[in-house]
Design a protein around this ligand. Sequence first.
Ligand SMILES: [Zn+2]
Length: 236
Amino acid sequence: MNRSLKNVKTLIGLFFTVSFVLFGYFGKNEMMNETDSRNATMVSDTQKEVMSTKKIAITFDDGPHPVYTPMLLDGLKERGIHATFFLLGESAQNYPDLVKRIQEEGHLIGNHTFHHTDLKNADTVLLHQEVVKTNEVIEKITGQTPQYIRPPFGSHKDSLEEQTGMLVVLWNIDPLDWCSEDAAGIVRQIEKNAKDNGIILMHDSYKTSVMAALTAIDDLQKEGYEFVTVDEILFE
Ligand SMILES: [Zn+2]
């Protein structure tokens, strides 16, 4: 009798022990799953942030320059970045190998007139000398006619697009790199004004501009900016 009572007690004890262990195991597991799913939500939010990158285009006017354009192209290649170059017809004619290299390395080429001419009062004759002639020089080297024009000083008549059949591309971030020899100051100006769908105006005819551009690219990439050519901003 005592022995069977002892057995019953042992069985009851065993039942509670097993239940306790099982509850502990599954209960804990459930809590872990909840924590895991919370973590998973946090991860996907972070991923979303990374995926919705901001687009920005960096553009270089007045080139190609025999010394600073190759320096810039090396830096862009190292970083896997594509930029937009608004070339002067006169310089393109003088440095065709550089124009070819710009194209071969995947950058976008636009027209910046032949002699850096103000197009504000341009008549048909001037447009031919400055715009058409520049397109012809670039086309002869690259096999492609530029579709984008950046008028020097941003100065042009409203009818320029209609008259040339080209798209005018201005800018919305201007660090005034051409009048500063302070690369760090130029970088600060770019980064302070950087924004989604921004178009940065720079010039590859100065060493400080090239140095500043590469530093700003590194910094802005860390901030989640994706560097694209202007067509990707205009036709997004
Ligand atoms: Zn210019």
